[in-house]
Design a protein around this ligand. Structure first.
Ligand SMILES: [Zn+2]
Length: 218
């Protein structure tokens, strides 16, 4: 990834979304279309844990997430992670929060091998590039290869699907944790990760997602 970023500085590459030449992660036209997908309200939920969401899961953002994950375009996630960081620094709601250790929701190793990268980790890294918070993907591991949450039908099925999905190690940081994921559907994935980390003695500060499904408000 470091080499990839280094090369990006010198090479004109093709925009992963439209194919135009660009020195950036995403061309100026696609960048504009993506920025237009930002949600008006960044802080989506205040209790029990603050939940921040960057965008509305629709239009250009929905296509970009699919292209990133299924057409192997990791640069889209890095770009969007940076945008999440820029938004984080601009918003009032985040100013009173402490500096946190940023933990991306992990993929199961089999899925990671198949996809080649974890989009949540790239979002977290892009976010940390901007905010200078420490990125700690080592804190949480996925030990159960769960079905995609969108394919599970009921709330109970979602919970069962994620039961025992994550493990963690104790005493790796005293900082509160900011959990990062790409899409928030029912919240079951975040809840499972929060439970695992809390039981190990970590304090969770907030959750941050790129987009939340099932919401069409801006
Ligand atoms: Zn483009």
């Amino acid at each position: 990834m470091a080499l990839d970023r280094f090369l990006d500085l010198f090479l004109q590459r093709k925009c992963p979304l439209c194919g135009r030449s660009t020195p950036d992660f995403v061309c100026i036209y696609c960048s504009r279309a993506l920025l237009a997908c930002q949600a008006a309200q960044f802080c989506e939920l205040k209790t029990p844990l603050p939940l921040f969401r960057w965008g509305v899961y629709d239009d250009a953002l929905k296509r970009a997430i699919a292209t990133c994950k299924y057409n192997h375009q990791p640069r889209i996630a890095t770009f969007l992670g940076q945008q999440m960081g820029i938004r984080w620094q601009k918003e009032k709601d985040t100013q009173k929060l402490p500096k946190m250790a940023v933990v991306p929701i992990p993929l199961h190793p089999d899925k990671l091998k198949q996809r080649g990268f974890n989009q949540a980790e790239l979002l977290a890294r892009g976010f940390c590039d901007i905010t200078s918070m420490p990125c700690r993907p080592d804190l949480l591991q996925r030990v159960k290869n769960t079905k995609p949450q969108m394919e599970t039908k009921s709330v109970q099925a979602r919970k069962d699907n994620l039961d025992g999905a994550f493990i963690t190690v104790k005493n790796k940081t005293k900082q509160p944790i900011l959990l990062v994921d790409d899409i928030y559907t029912s919240g079951a994935t975040m809840t499972a990760a929060v439970t695992t980390l809390t039981q190990a003695g970590y304090k969770i500060g907030a959750m941050l997602v790129l987009a939340r499904t099932g919401l069409h408000d801006r």
